[in-house]
Design a protein around this ligand. Structure first.
Ligand SMILES: [Zn+2]
Length: 446
Protein backbone atom coordinates (compact mmCIF):
# COMPACT_ATOMS: atom_id res chain seq x y z
CA UNK A 1 0.00 0.00 0.00
CA UNK A 2 1.35 3.43 -0.89
CA UNK A 3 0.42 6.52 1.11
CA UNK A 4 -1.45 9.27 -0.75
CA UNK A 5 0.87 12.29 -0.93
CA UNK A 6 -0.51 15.44 0.74
CA UNK A 7 -2.20 17.94 -1.54
CA UNK A 8 -0.35 21.28 -1.96
CA UNK A 9 -2.41 24.33 -0.94
CA UNK A 10 -1.60 27.94 -0.13
CA UNK A 11 -2.80 28.31 3.47
CA UNK A 12 -3.82 26.19 6.46
CA UNK A 13 -5.49 27.99 9.38
CA UNK A 14 -5.70 25.84 12.51
CA UNK A 15 -8.02 27.42 15.08
CA UNK A 16 -9.30 26.62 18.56
CA UNK A 17 -12.82 27.28 17.25
CA UNK A 18 -14.38 27.78 13.81
CA UNK A 19 -17.83 29.24 13.31
CA UNK A 20 -19.11 26.84 10.67
CA UNK A 21 -22.11 27.12 8.41
CA UNK A 22 -24.53 24.67 9.97
CA UNK A 23 -27.00 26.15 12.44
CA UNK A 24 -27.18 23.11 14.71
CA UNK A 25 -23.44 22.68 15.01
CA UNK A 26 -22.39 26.25 14.59
CA UNK A 27 -19.17 26.02 16.52
CA UNK A 28 -16.49 23.50 15.56
CA UNK A 29 -13.53 22.88 17.90
CA UNK A 30 -9.92 22.39 16.80
CA UNK A 31 -10.66 22.64 13.13
CA UNK A 32 -8.63 23.76 10.15
CA UNK A 33 -9.73 26.03 7.36
CA UNK A 34 -7.94 25.31 4.08
CA UNK A 35 -7.49 28.20 1.64
CA UNK A 36 -6.27 28.10 -1.93
CA UNK A 37 -6.44 30.62 -4.79
CA UNK A 38 -8.63 32.96 -2.74
CA UNK A 39 -11.22 30.30 -1.87
CA UNK A 40 -12.13 28.01 1.00
CA UNK A 41 -11.31 24.52 -0.25
CA UNK A 42 -11.90 22.51 2.93
CA UNK A 43 -12.90 22.69 6.59
CA UNK A 44 -11.90 19.64 8.62
CA UNK A 45 -10.56 18.56 12.03
CA UNK A 46 -6.99 19.83 12.51
CA UNK A 47 -5.77 16.29 13.24
CA UNK A 48 -6.77 15.18 9.72
CA UNK A 49 -5.65 18.34 7.92
CA UNK A 50 -1.93 17.84 8.50
CA UNK A 51 -2.03 14.44 6.80
CA UNK A 52 -4.13 15.51 3.89
CA UNK A 53 -2.60 18.91 3.05
CA UNK A 54 0.76 20.52 2.80
CA UNK A 55 0.78 24.33 2.71
CA UNK A 56 3.06 27.27 1.93
CA UNK A 57 1.66 29.09 4.99
CA UNK A 58 0.45 27.36 8.13
CA UNK A 59 -0.94 29.44 11.00
CA UNK A 60 -1.97 28.11 14.40
CA UNK A 61 -4.54 30.31 16.11
CA UNK A 62 -4.73 28.55 19.47
CA UNK A 63 -6.88 31.06 21.37
CA UNK A 64 -8.96 32.28 18.46
CA UNK A 65 -12.24 31.76 16.71
CA UNK A 66 -12.24 31.86 12.92
CA UNK A 67 -15.45 33.25 11.49
CA UNK A 68 -16.79 34.80 8.30
CA UNK A 69 -15.75 38.44 7.83
CA UNK A 70 -18.40 40.88 9.04
CA UNK A 71 -20.68 42.50 6.47
CA UNK A 72 -21.60 46.15 7.04
CA UNK A 73 -24.81 46.46 5.04
CA UNK A 74 -25.23 50.23 5.13
CA UNK A 75 -22.97 53.23 5.33
CA UNK A 76 -21.59 56.37 3.77
CA UNK A 77 -17.87 55.64 3.99
CA UNK A 78 -16.51 59.03 2.95
CA UNK A 79 -18.55 60.71 5.69
CA UNK A 80 -15.82 59.47 8.04
CA UNK A 81 -14.22 62.85 7.27
CA UNK A 82 -17.30 64.47 8.91
CA UNK A 83 -17.16 62.34 12.07
CA UNK A 84 -18.13 64.55 15.00
CA UNK A 85 -18.73 67.62 12.81
CA UNK A 86 -22.35 67.95 14.03
CA UNK A 87 -23.77 65.92 16.91
CA UNK A 88 -26.76 65.87 19.25
CA UNK A 89 -29.34 66.92 16.64
CA UNK A 90 -32.50 65.29 15.23
CA UNK A 91 -32.24 63.82 11.70
CA UNK A 92 -33.85 66.63 9.71
CA UNK A 93 -31.98 69.47 11.43
CA UNK A 94 -28.76 67.46 11.31
CA UNK A 95 -29.14 66.82 7.57
CA UNK A 96 -30.57 70.12 6.32
CA UNK A 97 -28.75 72.61 8.54
CA UNK A 98 -25.37 70.90 8.92
CA UNK A 99 -24.56 67.84 6.82
CA UNK A 100 -25.94 68.97 3.44
CA UNK A 101 -24.24 72.42 3.64
CA UNK A 102 -20.95 70.78 4.70
CA UNK A 103 -21.23 68.32 1.81
CA UNK A 104 -22.13 71.12 -0.62
CA UNK A 105 -18.96 72.93 0.35
CA UNK A 106 -16.46 70.08 0.69
CA UNK A 107 -17.45 66.91 -1.17
CA UNK A 108 -15.18 66.25 -4.16
CA UNK A 109 -13.44 63.32 -5.83
CA UNK A 110 -10.49 63.72 -3.45
CA UNK A 111 -12.72 63.99 -0.35
CA UNK A 112 -14.43 60.70 -1.24
CA UNK A 113 -11.18 58.93 -2.07
CA UNK A 114 -9.50 59.86 1.23
CA UNK A 115 -12.68 59.52 3.34
CA UNK A 116 -13.33 56.03 1.97
CA UNK A 117 -9.72 54.99 2.65
CA UNK A 118 -10.15 56.07 6.28
CA UNK A 119 -13.44 54.14 6.57
CA UNK A 120 -11.97 50.99 5.02
CA UNK A 121 -8.94 51.08 7.31
CA UNK A 122 -11.25 51.38 10.34
CA UNK A 123 -13.53 48.60 9.07
CA UNK A 124 -10.73 46.15 8.30
CA UNK A 125 -9.15 46.78 11.69
CA UNK A 126 -12.45 45.86 13.36
CA UNK A 127 -13.20 42.72 11.32
CA UNK A 128 -15.41 43.96 8.47
CA UNK A 129 -14.54 42.45 5.09
CA UNK A 130 -17.45 43.74 2.99
CA UNK A 131 -19.54 46.90 3.06
CA UNK A 132 -22.46 48.43 1.19
CA UNK A 133 -22.04 52.13 0.60
CA UNK A 134 -24.18 55.02 -0.62
CA UNK A 135 -22.26 58.19 -1.42
CA UNK A 136 -21.33 60.69 -4.12
CA UNK A 137 -18.38 59.86 -6.41
CA UNK A 138 -18.73 56.08 -6.03
CA UNK A 139 -16.08 55.89 -8.78
CA UNK A 140 -13.53 57.21 -6.24
CA UNK A 141 -14.85 55.02 -3.43
CA UNK A 142 -14.55 51.97 -5.72
CA UNK A 143 -11.00 53.00 -6.59
CA UNK A 144 -10.08 53.19 -2.87
CA UNK A 145 -11.66 49.79 -2.11
CA UNK A 146 -10.10 48.11 -5.11
CA UNK A 147 -6.60 49.44 -4.29
CA UNK A 148 -6.82 48.25 -0.67
CA UNK A 149 -8.36 44.89 -1.62
CA UNK A 150 -11.63 45.41 0.28
CA UNK A 151 -14.92 43.89 -0.89
CA UNK A 152 -17.70 46.46 -1.40
CA UNK A 153 -20.97 47.18 -3.11
CA UNK A 154 -21.60 50.78 -4.12
CA UNK A 155 -25.21 51.96 -4.21
CA UNK A 156 -24.63 54.83 -6.59
CA UNK A 157 -26.76 57.75 -5.36
CA UNK A 158 -29.91 58.96 -7.11
CA UNK A 159 -31.63 62.11 -5.90
CA UNK A 160 -33.89 64.77 -7.47
CA UNK A 161 -31.59 67.73 -6.87
CA UNK A 162 -28.15 68.65 -8.24
CA UNK A 163 -24.97 67.80 -6.30
CA UNK A 164 -21.27 67.73 -7.14
CA UNK A 165 -21.86 64.19 -8.55
CA UNK A 166 -24.68 65.02 -10.97
CA UNK A 167 -27.37 67.41 -12.11
CA UNK A 168 -30.55 65.32 -12.11
CA UNK A 169 -31.98 61.82 -11.74
CA UNK A 170 -31.32 60.94 -15.40
CA UNK A 171 -27.63 61.71 -15.02
CA UNK A 172 -27.36 59.84 -11.69
CA UNK A 173 -29.00 56.76 -13.22
CA UNK A 174 -26.75 56.86 -16.28
CA UNK A 175 -23.65 57.12 -14.07
CA UNK A 176 -24.85 54.09 -12.10
CA UNK A 177 -25.30 51.89 -15.16
CA UNK A 178 -21.95 53.09 -16.59
CA UNK A 179 -20.10 52.15 -13.39
CA UNK A 180 -21.95 48.84 -13.19
CA UNK A 181 -20.75 48.07 -16.74
CA UNK A 182 -17.21 49.15 -15.95
CA UNK A 183 -16.94 46.88 -12.86
CA UNK A 184 -19.01 44.00 -14.13
CA UNK A 185 -16.20 41.42 -13.92
CA UNK A 186 -14.39 42.84 -10.89
CA UNK A 187 -13.83 40.14 -8.23
CA UNK A 188 -14.48 42.45 -5.25
CA UNK A 189 -16.50 45.47 -6.38
CA UNK A 190 -20.17 45.51 -7.37
CA UNK A 191 -22.80 48.18 -7.88
CA UNK A 192 -26.41 48.81 -6.88
CA UNK A 193 -28.94 51.60 -7.39
CA UNK A 194 -29.02 54.01 -4.45
CA UNK A 195 -32.17 56.15 -4.60
CA UNK A 196 -31.59 58.24 -1.47
CA UNK A 197 -35.07 58.09 0.14
CA UNK A 198 -38.76 58.23 -0.83
CA UNK A 199 -38.89 61.96 0.02
CA UNK A 200 -35.93 62.92 -2.19
CA UNK A 201 -36.69 60.90 -5.36
CA UNK A 202 -39.83 61.35 -7.47
CA UNK A 203 -41.94 58.66 -9.14
CA UNK A 204 -40.53 58.63 -12.69
CA UNK A 205 -36.88 57.90 -11.72
CA UNK A 206 -38.03 55.32 -9.15
CA UNK A 207 -39.99 53.42 -11.80
CA UNK A 208 -36.97 53.51 -14.07
CA UNK A 209 -34.73 52.21 -11.27
CA UNK A 210 -37.15 49.31 -10.59
CA UNK A 211 -37.07 48.34 -14.27
CA UNK A 212 -33.28 48.65 -14.70
CA UNK A 213 -32.52 46.83 -11.43
CA UNK A 214 -34.44 43.83 -12.68
CA UNK A 215 -32.82 43.99 -16.10
CA UNK A 216 -29.29 44.22 -14.68
CA UNK A 217 -30.04 41.97 -11.69
CA UNK A 218 -28.57 44.36 -9.10
CA UNK A 219 -29.95 45.56 -5.73
CA UNK A 220 -31.84 48.75 -4.91
CA UNK A 221 -30.51 50.25 -1.70
CA UNK A 222 -32.67 52.99 -0.12
CA UNK A 223 -33.36 54.75 3.19
CA UNK A 224 -36.99 53.81 3.94
CA UNK A 225 -39.21 54.80 6.90
CA UNK A 226 -36.33 56.27 8.88
CA UNK A 227 -38.43 58.55 11.12
CA UNK A 228 -42.05 59.19 12.10
CA UNK A 229 -41.81 62.59 10.42
CA UNK A 230 -41.02 60.94 7.07
CA UNK A 231 -44.33 59.07 7.32
CA UNK A 232 -46.43 62.07 8.40
CA UNK A 233 -44.90 64.32 5.71
CA UNK A 234 -45.64 61.69 3.04
CA UNK A 235 -49.23 61.25 4.23
CA UNK A 236 -49.71 65.02 4.01
CA UNK A 237 -48.05 65.27 0.59
CA UNK A 238 -49.70 62.35 -1.24
CA UNK A 239 -51.98 60.46 1.13
CA UNK A 240 -49.82 57.32 1.18
CA UNK A 241 -47.17 55.92 3.49
CA UNK A 242 -43.81 55.77 1.60
CA UNK A 243 -43.64 51.96 1.53
CA UNK A 244 -47.09 51.78 -0.06
CA UNK A 245 -45.93 54.23 -2.73
CA UNK A 246 -42.75 52.18 -3.35
CA UNK A 247 -44.83 49.00 -3.65
CA UNK A 248 -47.14 50.65 -6.19
CA UNK A 249 -44.10 51.80 -8.19
CA UNK A 250 -42.78 48.21 -8.33
CA UNK A 251 -39.76 48.66 -6.06
CA UNK A 252 -40.61 46.12 -3.37
CA UNK A 253 -38.87 42.90 -4.44
CA UNK A 254 -36.02 40.58 -3.32
CA UNK A 255 -33.69 43.25 -4.74
CA UNK A 256 -34.84 45.96 -2.31
CA UNK A 257 -32.77 46.74 0.77
CA UNK A 258 -34.75 49.05 3.09
CA UNK A 259 -32.34 50.94 5.30
CA UNK A 260 -33.59 51.78 8.85
CA UNK A 261 -37.30 50.81 8.69
CA UNK A 262 -38.04 52.12 12.18
CA UNK A 263 -41.73 52.75 11.42
CA UNK A 264 -43.52 49.60 10.25
CA UNK A 265 -47.15 48.53 10.49
CA UNK A 266 -47.88 44.81 10.72
CA UNK A 267 -49.19 44.81 7.14
CA UNK A 268 -45.94 46.44 5.95
CA UNK A 269 -43.91 43.70 7.64
CA UNK A 270 -46.12 41.16 5.84
CA UNK A 271 -45.57 43.01 2.53
CA UNK A 272 -41.76 42.93 2.96
CA UNK A 273 -41.88 39.21 3.85
CA UNK A 274 -44.13 38.35 0.92
CA UNK A 275 -41.86 40.11 -1.59
CA UNK A 276 -38.58 38.90 -0.05
CA UNK A 277 -37.15 42.38 0.61
CA UNK A 278 -34.29 42.88 3.11
CA UNK A 279 -33.77 45.34 5.94
CA UNK A 280 -30.47 47.08 6.72
CA UNK A 281 -30.91 47.74 10.42
CA UNK A 282 -28.68 50.56 11.79
CA UNK A 283 -29.41 50.62 15.54
CA UNK A 284 -26.69 53.01 16.71
CA UNK A 285 -27.49 55.67 14.12
CA UNK A 286 -31.22 55.34 14.92
CA UNK A 287 -30.48 55.72 18.62
CA UNK A 288 -28.18 58.71 18.16
CA UNK A 289 -30.58 60.61 15.89
CA UNK A 290 -33.57 59.47 18.03
CA UNK A 291 -35.16 58.19 14.83
CA UNK A 292 -37.11 55.27 16.32
CA UNK A 293 -36.74 51.51 16.76
CA UNK A 294 -36.70 48.84 14.08
CA UNK A 295 -38.97 45.93 15.13
CA UNK A 296 -36.26 43.30 14.55
CA UNK A 297 -37.88 40.36 16.40
CA UNK A 298 -41.22 40.89 14.60
CA UNK A 299 -39.47 41.10 11.21
CA UNK A 300 -37.52 37.91 11.86
CA UNK A 301 -40.64 36.07 13.01
CA UNK A 302 -42.29 37.10 9.75
CA UNK A 303 -39.31 35.70 7.81
CA UNK A 304 -37.83 39.01 6.62
CA UNK A 305 -34.04 39.01 6.07
CA UNK A 306 -32.61 41.54 8.56
CA UNK A 307 -28.98 42.59 8.07
CA UNK A 308 -26.90 45.08 10.04
CA UNK A 309 -25.18 48.36 9.19
CA UNK A 310 -23.37 51.17 10.96
CA UNK A 311 -24.62 54.01 8.75
CA UNK A 312 -22.07 56.82 8.22
CA UNK A 313 -19.53 57.81 10.87
CA UNK A 314 -21.21 61.24 11.13
CA UNK A 315 -24.24 59.64 12.82
CA UNK A 316 -22.83 56.66 14.74
CA UNK A 317 -19.91 57.74 15.23
CA UNK A 318 -17.77 54.67 14.48
CA UNK A 319 -17.82 51.80 11.98
CA UNK A 320 -17.32 49.01 14.52
CA UNK A 321 -19.56 46.07 13.61
CA UNK A 322 -18.83 44.17 16.85
CA UNK A 323 -20.17 47.18 18.77
CA UNK A 324 -23.12 47.42 16.37
CA UNK A 325 -23.90 43.73 16.80
CA UNK A 326 -24.01 44.04 20.58
CA UNK A 327 -26.24 47.12 20.40
CA UNK A 328 -28.55 45.29 17.95
CA UNK A 329 -28.80 42.24 20.22
CA UNK A 330 -29.58 44.33 23.28
CA UNK A 331 -31.97 46.72 21.54
CA UNK A 332 -33.97 43.91 19.91
CA UNK A 333 -34.64 42.49 23.37
CA UNK A 334 -35.68 45.87 24.76
CA UNK A 335 -37.97 46.64 21.80
CA UNK A 336 -39.58 43.18 21.90
CA UNK A 337 -39.84 43.25 25.73
CA UNK A 338 -38.35 39.77 25.58
CA UNK A 339 -34.84 38.83 26.73
CA UNK A 340 -34.87 35.77 24.47
CA UNK A 341 -35.32 37.87 21.30
CA UNK A 342 -32.32 37.84 18.92
CA UNK A 343 -30.06 35.27 20.67
CA UNK A 344 -26.31 35.39 20.07
CA UNK A 345 -26.16 33.09 17.04
CA UNK A 346 -28.93 35.02 15.29
CA UNK A 347 -27.08 38.29 15.94
CA UNK A 348 -23.96 36.74 14.39
CA UNK A 349 -25.93 35.58 11.35
CA UNK A 350 -27.39 39.07 10.97
CA UNK A 351 -23.85 40.44 10.82
CA UNK A 352 -22.59 37.85 8.30
CA UNK A 353 -24.83 35.75 6.03
CA UNK A 354 -27.90 38.02 6.24
CA UNK A 355 -25.80 40.95 5.06
CA UNK A 356 -24.43 38.87 2.20
CA UNK A 357 -27.99 37.86 1.25
CA UNK A 358 -29.22 41.48 1.26
CA UNK A 359 -26.42 42.38 -1.16
CA UNK A 360 -27.05 39.36 -3.38
CA UNK A 361 -23.60 37.97 -2.48
CA UNK A 362 -24.59 34.96 -0.35
CA UNK A 363 -23.25 32.45 -2.88
CA UNK A 364 -19.84 34.09 -2.54
CA UNK A 365 -19.47 35.22 1.10
CA UNK A 366 -21.20 35.28 4.52
CA UNK A 367 -20.26 31.81 5.81
CA UNK A 368 -17.21 29.56 5.94
CA UNK A 369 -18.17 26.94 3.39
CA UNK A 370 -16.17 25.05 0.80
CA UNK A 371 -16.25 26.86 -2.53
CA UNK A 372 -16.93 30.32 -1.11
CA UNK A 373 -14.46 33.20 -1.20
CA UNK A 374 -11.94 33.19 1.66
CA UNK A 375 -13.33 36.28 3.45
CA UNK A 376 -12.34 35.28 6.97
CA UNK A 377 -11.45 36.88 10.30
CA UNK A 378 -9.69 35.59 13.42
CA UNK A 379 -10.78 36.90 16.83
CA UNK A 380 -8.74 36.32 20.00
CA UNK A 381 -10.79 35.05 22.92
CA UNK A 382 -8.05 35.21 25.56
CA UNK A 383 -8.29 38.90 26.47
CA UNK A 384 -9.42 39.76 30.03
CA UNK A 385 -12.90 40.81 28.92
CA UNK A 386 -13.37 37.39 27.29
CA UNK A 387 -12.39 35.25 30.30
CA UNK A 388 -13.54 32.72 31.35
CA UNK A 389 -14.88 31.42 28.08
CA UNK A 390 -17.82 29.06 28.69
CA UNK A 391 -19.54 29.95 25.44
CA UNK A 392 -17.52 31.52 22.61
CA UNK A 393 -20.68 32.48 20.66
CA UNK A 394 -22.02 34.46 23.57
CA UNK A 395 -18.57 36.02 24.03
CA UNK A 396 -18.44 37.19 20.41
CA UNK A 397 -21.73 39.07 20.73
CA UNK A 398 -21.83 40.29 24.33
CA UNK A 399 -18.24 40.99 25.35
CA UNK A 400 -15.93 41.13 22.34
CA UNK A 401 -14.12 44.37 21.56
CA UNK A 402 -13.01 44.95 18.01
CA UNK A 403 -9.32 45.17 19.00
CA UNK A 404 -9.52 41.40 19.59
CA UNK A 405 -9.66 40.95 15.80
CA UNK A 406 -6.14 39.78 14.97
CA UNK A 407 -6.26 38.66 11.31
CA UNK A 408 -8.43 39.51 8.30
CA UNK A 409 -8.43 37.89 4.87
CA UNK A 410 -10.43 39.12 1.88
CA UNK A 411 -10.54 36.70 -1.04
CA UNK A 412 -7.64 34.86 0.59
CA UNK A 413 -5.42 37.95 0.85
CA UNK A 414 -4.14 38.77 4.33
CA UNK A 415 -5.15 42.42 4.92
CA UNK A 416 -4.72 42.47 8.72
CA UNK A 417 -1.72 40.55 10.02
CA UNK A 418 -1.66 40.23 13.83
CA UNK A 419 -3.32 43.63 14.18
CA UNK A 420 -1.34 45.40 11.44
CA UNK A 421 -2.96 46.59 8.21
CA UNK A 422 -0.97 45.27 5.26
CA UNK A 423 -2.39 47.27 2.34
CA UNK A 424 -2.96 50.75 3.81
CA UNK A 425 -0.19 53.33 4.24
CA UNK A 426 -1.39 54.65 7.61
CA UNK A 427 1.15 57.46 7.85
CA UNK A 428 0.05 58.90 4.53
CA UNK A 429 -3.62 58.42 5.33
CA UNK A 430 -3.27 60.22 8.67
CA UNK A 431 -1.62 63.13 6.85
CA UNK A 432 -4.52 63.46 4.40
CA UNK A 433 -7.12 63.26 7.18
CA UNK A 434 -5.30 65.97 9.13
CA UNK A 435 -5.36 68.26 6.10
CA UNK A 436 -9.13 67.74 5.69
CA UNK A 437 -9.67 68.44 9.37
CA UNK A 438 -7.83 71.77 9.11
CA UNK A 439 -9.90 72.78 6.07
CA UNK A 440 -13.31 71.71 7.45
CA UNK A 441 -12.85 72.74 11.09
CA UNK A 442 -14.16 76.34 10.74
CA UNK A 443 -17.47 75.01 9.30
CA UNK A 444 -18.18 72.52 12.09
CA UNK A 445 -20.75 72.94 14.85
CA UNK A 446 -19.18 73.97 18.15
ZN1 LIG B 1 -27.69 56.19 5.71
Amino acid sequence: MTAIPPEMVETLLHARWVLGADDDQALLEDHCLVLDKGRIVDLLPSSEASERYSAQTCLTLGEHVLMPGLVNTHGHAAMSLLRGAADDLPLHTWLQDYIWPLEGRWVSEEFVYHGTQLAIAEMLRSGTTCFADMYFFPNQAARAASEIGMRAQFASPIIDFPTAWGQNATEYIRKTTDLNDQYTNHPLISFAFGPHAPYTVSNAPLERVAMLAEELDIPIHMHVHETAQEISDALKADGRRPLQRLAELGLVSPRLVCVHATQLLDEEIALLAEHGASIAHCPESNLKLASGFCPVAKLQQAGVNVALGTDGAASNNDLDMFGEMRTAAQLAKAVAGDASALPALQALRMTTINGARAMGLDNEIGSLETGKSADVIAVRLDSLNALPCYNPLSQLVYSTQSNQVSHVWVAGKLLLDDGELTSVDLGRLRGHVQQWQQRIQPDTRR
